[in-house]
Design a protein around this ligand. Structure first.
Ligand SMILES: [Zn+2]
Length: 439
């Protein structure tokens, strides 16, 4: 086989993964037609609201959108004429498949549960996320490798309700680094799936990415700097070298996969951008040069500026280890101020919350913070729709209410362009043409 042809073939196989192939309609059954009457419809691509629109859906795809469309007689009509209708929201930084958070907040408690327990504990996380209007997530890593693939595929088969998931499979991390399970005694050998993503050279990084690609992941999560919620870690430190990060991006590209890099530290952020990642996660200590580099390289900044509220709340209740609180000191406010600078500079921004730090189902609370720190409500919504779909590389099927795209549609009572907090109370959720919530 021509070696050059290989990446393209693998890319095609990836496209057929269950994450992208959701409901498959019975080819012999007549199509199911749905018509949504929208009082207001937010066109996130054009950046404006349209009055009295009709959306026609055939099975799981949108086929037409317009003002005076004829509704086919056999259509199921959903009347949302007193609501604002908008595309399903996308959270680009979640951890849905990590199970139930231990009350101590200590990741080491994963040693008390099997992978099966963790995966099944994650079922409500997925349900809560979908019910809160997030019809797609980019899930960016699990401690027990591959529990996210199990959750993604169970949702795609229709076994359990949840958002469309694009998953990372594991954390690609240095030994003892930000994505490793740390804090155990040195003579404790962790099970394979709790040390799956550890790598300490460019070639080890490539080997881990080859395993992940072979296991069917949708993208790669690499840890460029230390972390807050991790024993023995320092968020201001650099972890992987530039050489290792470059190897990761190059190897991932060979499999048609994009890379997102966790980075708090100033240099860790710059290295990730220079290596060619699609997005920098957290980006807490990004400086002016880092913002300029992100713009120059078209790198998305995926900044979780709400979850500081939950970290502080947990700290008040003793639900977080003391060393984690120390790591967090001042970082939350620095990140919010840098978010403001990045927005003002016109950097590409996506919506990511680190769901799992806060309880599942409250991600929409971040919108108000994004507005408080410099975005218009429209920009904040675009970060969670249009931009998020672009970051995933799936603007053709996700991110707006347009013919040809998946029927992932939500509705709220009020106008989120007037008050973005309207998104904290979702009245209607459709994913893949199926209604999951209507009140
Ligand atoms: Zn995270």
């Amino acid at each position: 086989m021509n070696k050059r042809a290989l990446p393209a073939i693998i890319l095609c196989l990836c496209c057929a993964s269950p994450a992208n192939a959701q409901t498959t309609a019975n080819p012999t059954a007549p199509p199911h037609i749905t018509a949504i009457k929208a009082g207001r419809l937010l066109d996130v691509d054009a950046g404006k609201e349209l009055a009295n629109q009709i959306v026609i859906i055939r099975d799981n795809r949108i086929t037409a959108v317009g003002q005076a469309l004829e509704i086919p007689p056999a259509a199921t009509v959903i009347d949302l004429s007193n609501m604002t209708v908008l595309p399903g929201l996308i959270d680009c930084h979640t951890h849905l498949a990590d199970g139930t958070r231990d009350p101590s907040g200590d990741p080491l408690t994963y040693l008390k549960r099997t992978a099966a327990e963790v995966a099944l504990e994650s079922v409500p996380n997925a349900h809560l996320t979908l019910e809160s209007g997030f019809t797609t997530v980019r899930d960016v890593g699990v401690y027990r490798a591959l529990t996210d693939i199990a959750l993604r595929d169970a949702i795609a088969r229709g076994d359990i309700p949840g958002p469309r998931m694009y998953v990372a499979g594991a954390y690609v991390t240095i030994t003892g680094g930000a994505g490793a399970l740390t804090g155990a005694a040195p003579d404790i050998q962790l099970p394979w799936d709790l040390r799956y993503g550890q790598a300490d050279s460019p070639w080890q990084v490539r080997a881990v990415i080859r395993k992940l690609a072979n296991n069917g992941v949708d993208h790669i999560k690499i840890l460029s700097s230390g972390a807050v919620l991790e024993h023995g870690s320092n968020p201001t430190s650099q972890e992987f070298t530039l050489e290792e990060l470059r190897a990761a991006v190059e190897e991932a590209q060979a499999f048609g996969l994009r890379v997102e890099a966790h980075a708090h530290s100033t240099q860790g952020i710059k290295n990730a951008i220079l290596a060619g990642v699609a997005s920098v996660e957290h980006a807490s200590m990004i400086d002016d040069e880092g913002i300029a580099l992100a713009k120059q390289h078209d790198t998305y900044l995926d900044m979780d500026i709400y979850d500081e509220e939950c970290i502080e709340e947990d700290a008040r209740h003793g639900a977080i280890p003391a060393d984690f609180i120390q790591h967090d000191a001042a970082l939350g406010q620095i990140q919010r101020d840098n978010f403001h600078k990045a927005v003002a500079a016109g950097a590409k921004m996506s919506f990511g919350t680190d769901a799992g730090v806060c309880p599942y189902g409250v991600a929409a609370r971040q919108f108000a913070f994004m507005v408080q720190y410099g975005m218009t409500p429209l920009q904040a919504i675009q970060a969670a729709t249009k931009n998020a779909a672009d970051l995933l590389g799936h603007s053709d099927i996700l991110g707006s209410i347009k013919p040809g795209k998946y029927a992932d549609i939500i509705a709220v009572q009020n106008d989120p362009l007037q008050d973005v907090r309207a998104l904290e109370n979702i009245s209607f959720v459709m994913k893949d043409g199926k209604v999951y919530k209507q009140k």
